[in-house]
Design a protein around this ligand. Sequence first.
Ligand code: SAM
Length: 233
Amino acid sequence: MRKPRVFARRITPEVLLTGEEAHHLINVLRVRPGREVIVFDGSGLEAAARVQRVEGGVVRLAVGPPAPARREPPLEITLLVALLKGDKLADVVRAGSELGVSRFVPLVTERSVPREIGRTKLERLRRIAVEAAKQSGRTRPALVEEPRRLAGLEAVSFGLLADPRASTPLGAVSWPDAGAVTLASGPEGGFTEAEVEHLVSLGYGPVYLGPRILRAETAPLVLAAAAAAVRGL
Ligand code: SAM
């Protein structure tokens, strides 16, 4: 039986799980005392643990010694994704986390239909990143940052920008062996020319993802999948 992975802020010999972590174990997985689980702390440490007690919505775990687990890609992948309509960012955060993205930065762009993300939605995206980390065996859940405006972005040492008008195909990119890469994709209506110029001035190379126009939630995942396929394994 697959061992459930649970998140705890600190790995100590005894961990008490409450709130959503406990709810999931008790009501969804129906764990009983004796069940083995894995605890991870989001900093790269993991430990084997055993359920000791389940009572009053609290799960008590006896936890073994923590050890570093290596399941993170060698590239630090930051994905800048334009604010998208509906719940599409949730899909990007879920699948991007599985692909090894370390940081998601929602971007307020000229053509983004939503102009902001409410606190509740941002917290939900962060919970999705933790859930995706648990499900995929990651040891560090991806960060989901506050939305940024393009004008406030910093220069990057290696950046790519998905643009259907670009002449460089994604397959021609020489990825660095390690370090940080920043990947940007636009909203449903695309980046404006001025936005593309601004990103290029910050060091982003425009890339073409093929002759088909991908949905705004598909394109960022293609960028992340390319990084994962070339350097993330
Ligand atoms: N008409 C818009 C345009 O010309 O940019 C299409 C926008 S597309 C639905 C949303 C975003 O996905 C784009 O801003 C771009 O970042 C990315 N994208 C979609 N298909 C692409 C492709 N074939 N090549 C490069 N980027 C693409």
